[in-house]
Design a protein around this ligand. Sequence first.
Ligand code: ATP
Length: 531
Amino acid sequence: MEKSLDQIASLCKRRGFIFPSSEIYGGLNGFWDYGPMGSELKRNIRDAWWHFMVQWREDVVGLDATIIMNPRIWEASGHVGGFADPMVDCKDCKKRHRADQLCEEQGMKLVQDGKNWKLPEGCKCTACGSANLTEPRAFNLMFKTFVGPVEDDSAVAYLRPETAQAIFAQFLNIVPTSRKAVPFGVAQSGKSFRNEINPRNYTFRSREFEQMELEFFIRPDEAVELICGHVATLADKPDLDGDPQEDWGWEVWHRYWVEQRLKWYRLAGLPQGDLHLYWQTKEELAHYARACVDIEYAFPFGVQELEGIAARSDFDLTQHQKHSGKSMEVMDDRLRLAVAEKSEEEKVAFKARVVADWTTRGKDAAAAEAFVDGLFAGRYIPHVIEPSAGTDRLALALLCNAYDEEKLVDAKGKEDVRTVLRFSPAIAPVKVAVLPLVKNKPELKAKAREVYKKLQRRWKCFWDETGAIGRRYRRQDEIGTPFCVTVDFGTLGEEDPAQKDTVTLRYRDSMEQVRIPLAELEAKIAAAIEL
Ligand code: ATP
């Protein structure tokens, strides 16, 4: 079925998933609110991510840092100097564009000229067709604010444009308190802010959004080599489904996280076939990155990024070491013991090899020597693999994937269309709706309330007593509730004593209805909801 973003956005508004922010005042471009259903959906996404990335693992811990931090963090990370998109204005219709997107929309590519950008020949304003455009200029995406009562330069601070930097900035507190040793990770989810030039595609590109990020710290390959005698690469065909191994180098770790993240998207309910991997080319990679892959989803408006997974070397911690003056090195006992067993000749040969390797990669020989001396003392700055995902983008992908209009024909041959959100039960905002068949029979309603109250302690449930039962089922289909439980006369045992304390369980996807004992209800639902 062809799905349009308009249909999905309209359902989201109608059913309380997503509203324009501050709508009564005309909204605010690039800002969205999540309503009763949307807030549950987002919470379930966040929780599922946290379970998978933190709680189910021994080697990842969490962080919940502030949105506004010391602005020096953003100088060290490079955001103050370089977190900018190219912007152009149409001099005729005054429309503002992000230059790279403007070019892409016309099948062209923005020209990079050193640190500057140039529009390619023939590029026009997509709003009015004029070629009278300004030269592209850099626009820093960070939102600025002031801390304290005085609005001068010394009080400038930024709303974080990503959650990740706080992990690096707190690295020295996390290592001793978590009692974790490299390889280990720190995860954080929360709000980020980017003053996007052109927010678009509904919530896909917003100015306020949420991210779910992991920084997974690993040993430099040279340390792995000293410990294991070799470094496993993808050519060794490592088992990426099993437990991580000590001999893995950065390349294997990077691919391991790509596979982990794909597995998680499948668990969250996105079909493998709708996910694409885009490997950045050498030219596209940041100078410090060794590899970066985007996990993309086929949205109705095109295949677009959900998450980026980058092998960022030791760039971030090194930058913070330089700017803060605090050593970001860790002491690695395994490394220290391994080095103690090496002979002097082995160490000399190792050093010579590393220096040669670094210099052929254009790095400084003295820096290579200092690095190896650090390794011989058991010290290094960890490298990092960063899977960085957007919560809102995933919510939108899940909504797009779940949306279905099913053609039905009833017993009398009458055609009908059922709108249904086929969320995976773990992600669905409401897990169970409890429906008393009639509302004017007190014993029946009391029994249904009893069922509702019990289930509600465990899951988000919905109570609905108004309207015909078929209409009530359809309302639940539209918000993606996987199960409806109907309490009827049978439950009271009035018509057939054998039916006493049984209910009708109705499945959203198949619309199948089965009669089951109340005593089995909770276990049946629980099994289906497990991530
Ligand atoms: P894009 O190229 O789409 O601008 P990016 O590569 O700059 O994204 P990252 O800096 O890698 O994005 O951020 C990691 C993730 O955060 C993205 O994959 C995306 O899911 C999410 N994200 C980034 N910017 C936005 C935004 N403006 N609105 C919603 N989500 C965003």
